[in-house]
Design a protein around this ligand. Sequence first.
Ligand SMILES: [Zn+2]
Length: 153
Amino acid sequence: MFTTVHANNVVDVIGRFLNMGVDPYNFVSALNCILAQRLVRLVCRKCARRTEYPHEFLVESRLDGPEFRDAVFYEGEGCLECNGTGFRGRTAIHELLDLSDDIREMIVDRKPTSEIKRAAKREGITFLRESAVAKVLDGKTTLREVNKVTFIE
Ligand SMILES: [Zn+2]
């Protein structure tokens, strides 16, 4: 591991380093990949119940698209097992950026973050937010929980 920094997503990490005055060429030569990880609480299986969220909340969470029309959401009601919190245990969500030659070149050329993000997307990166939403749609955690730990862009 090179180091640990705090940023909203792995592409922002690149900007963070370059703003610190790190030479882009040295930076990309020293780097293979950037990993972001957050922990989210798991819905308590004992008291998990289907829940309907207000439309505005889905819009705010960017889950109002047609691909989410049949989405089912769960929240824990709170029980003895979970001390009334509705959550029990934790799981990690990830975002991993493998530095391809194209992305290395973009960093050296100091291309804008938005452009690097688009390139990473084309190369198949799963962003932290997507990883989190997948866990929500899987019924493992709640939308409110992932909205606390991932940034809505
Ligand atoms: Zn419970």
